[in-house]
Design a protein around this ligand. Structure first.
Ligand code: HXC
Length: 503
């Protein structure tokens, strides 16, 4: 073997070693837990042959507790670039087989490098999290590494989409990187997120709780809202992320890819003419309306199991990616409460940051009242949604289907919050409040009188607060045409350092 051949063999051998991470035994242990390794995950996420790895030979620099005796090429994270459906993404995947994926300072440098590349080139960053947290042997150096990552999460926010998959433990301060990103997905049964685990909870508060109850995918996708998606398996998780990306642009300077469709723009649907029940107290299912309006009935929901009284998610309309926000009369009558407001506000802000137009479907009886909501700051939280809509400069098309009362009417992308095109169905009731409440206050007015005067779309139409009253069956066509008209919309906010939205 020539000297050059030997050098090449050394490279090939070192690469093979790095690809084994923590070794066969630990890979088997990972598989036994029902989890894939970092590299297996990336192979499934990225287009075949597209992955180019960075920093495969980076090693940790810790000398404490005998750490200088053990080095694994690449340390506990696999980083690099690749494509998904032909579009560039930057990725990092924590490797649990190397010191439990715990974060060393050098690992954080690898992660920061791909985040910097993503911002420089304008491409999404996807992080696959599976880690025991800060590498304990490194002490404050590991914490500094987290700080470096958090700062990059913040600087990249609103510049490139950031997506976090939680595929194992994610505990302590480590949870804050996913929390700073745009979307978090958790895999059921194998992932959890919490500030402190069950043992510490027990010793501090006396509460007995399992990992799953404290921070499993079920809890965070339904109760806390920390996770936007939950997946049944790692393959399901990866499929969901690929689908999500198909609605998003690469960065804040671009628009999302156009998706051609055979679904006719002018497709009318008679079902919509009869979907609203005659009885105003009767519910109907908003999903049916959304699916009828969007291209091919294909709606990709975000936060499906959290604050179900409002629906948010992505769809295409006439080939364009749009964000849909819709009250759900089928859950709590579609009332706006703290969680619904938080959920929708974050979604509206994401869409606005990434040039995704907003379609708002309104059927809202108002804000939820009572001490629980007031003590939980429904005022501040409701203001988040108000703020998000009012500041959004993307095209905003609003359709009021039925109730649109009071403060909730104003919040839901009304004209005065710079709604661009606002339509209403003939069944719309755009008013200060419902008839029952109104006659309770105005003693000399009957419900019939109030209904006749206010519980219709024509008061608002008369004032120009809506552009038109439309036949429900034509909603798809009218909304798509509105988005086409608005495609070139340009609107600026006053110059400022940044806003001070009610957090
Ligand atoms: C160094 C770690 C580690 C860590 C795990 N390992 N966590 N090494 N630092 N934080 C190592 C283990 O020693 C073990 O090494 C290997 O990874 C696999 O771990 P196991 O415990 O065998 O795996 P498992 O039973 O699956 O348990 C996983 C675990 C547990 C629940 C994550 O390892 C654990 O509780 N780790 C500590 C978690 C923690 O307290 N982290 C610090 C949080 S504070 P060997 O060689 O035996 O295979 C924090 C602050 C961040 O993160 C602040 C940011 C601002």
């Amino acid at each position: 073997m020539s000297i050059q051949e030997e050098k090449i063999k050394l490279l090939v051998d070192r690469r093979a070693g790095a690809r084994l991470g923590g070794g066969e035994k630990r890979i088997d242990a990972q598989h036994a837990k029902g989890k894939l390794t970092a590299r297996e995950r990336l192979a499934r996420l990225l287009d075949e042959g597209s992955f180019e790895e960075f920093d495969m030979f980076v090693q940790h620099r810790c000398t404490n507790f005998g750490m200088d005796a053990s080095h694994i090429d690449g340390d506990g994270v696999v980083t690099g670039q690749g494509t998904i459906d032909g579009r560039l993404v930057f990725v990092f995947a924590q490797d649990f087989t190397v010191n439990g994926g715990s974060l060393s300072k050098t690992m954080s440098e690898k992660i920061c490098k791909v985040m910097d590349m993503a911002v420089k080139t304008g491409a999404p960053v996807i992080g696959l999290n599976d880690s025991g947290g800060a590498r304990i042997q490194e002490g404050i150096d590991a914490l500094a590494g987290y700080g470096d990552i958090f700062e990059r999460n913040i600087l990249a926010s609103g510049v490139v989409p950031q997506i976090s998959l939680i595929m194992g433990p994610c505990a302590g301060g480590a949870v804050y990187s996913p929390a700073l990103t745009d979307f978090t997905l958790m895999v059921k049964d194998t992932s959890y997120m919490f500030l402190t685990g069950p043992a510490v909870v027990k010793s501090v508060t006396g509460e007995t709780v399992t990992q799953e109850e404290l921070g499993g995918a079920g809890v965070h996708s339904s109760k806390s809202g920390v996770a936007h998606f939950s997946a049944d398996s790692e393959d399901d998780a990866i499929a969901q992320i690929k689908k999500l990306l198909s609605f998003l642009p690469q960065n804040n300077m671009e628009t999302a890819p156009f998706r051609a469709t055979n679904d006719p723009v002018s497709r009318a649907d008679d079902f919509l003419n009869s979907v609203v029940p005659d009885n105003p107290n009767k519910a109907y299912d908003m999903y049916g309306v959304i699916k009828s309006i969007v291209d091919d009935g294909d709606f990709f929901e975000v936060h499906r199991n959290f604050a179900k009284n409002i629906i948010v998610g992505f769809a295409h309309m006439g080939g364009r990616s749009v964000g849909v926000v819709a009250n759900q009369p089928g859950v709590l009558a579609g009332v706006l409460d703290i969680n619904a407001s938080r959920k929708a506000a974050r979604f509206v802000r994401f869409c606005d940051a990434f040039n995704i137009p907003l379609l708002t479907l309104v059927d809202v009886p108002g804000f939820l009242c009572g001490t629980q909501q007031e003590y939980g700051a429904i005022i501040t939280n409701g203001a988040k949604l108000l703020y998000a809509y009012g500041e959004a400069t993307v095209p905003k098309v609003t359709v009021t289907l039925r109730k649109s009362y009071g403060g909730a009417h104003i919040v839901m992308s009304c004209k005065q919050l710079r709604g661009d095109i606002n339509y209403a169905w003939p069944s719309a009731e755009i008013a200060v409040m419902g008839a029952k409440g109104a006659v309770g206050v105005l003693k000399d007015v009957t419900e019939e009188e109030y209904n006749e005067l206010f519980c219709n779309p024509y008061q608002a139409a008369r004032m120009g607060y809506i552009e038109d009253v439309i036949e429900p069956r034509n909603t798809r066509f009218r909304a798509i045409r509105a988005f086409e008209v608005l495609a070139g919309k340009r609107q600026e906010l006053p110059a400022k350092k940044h806003d001070n939205m009610p957090l």
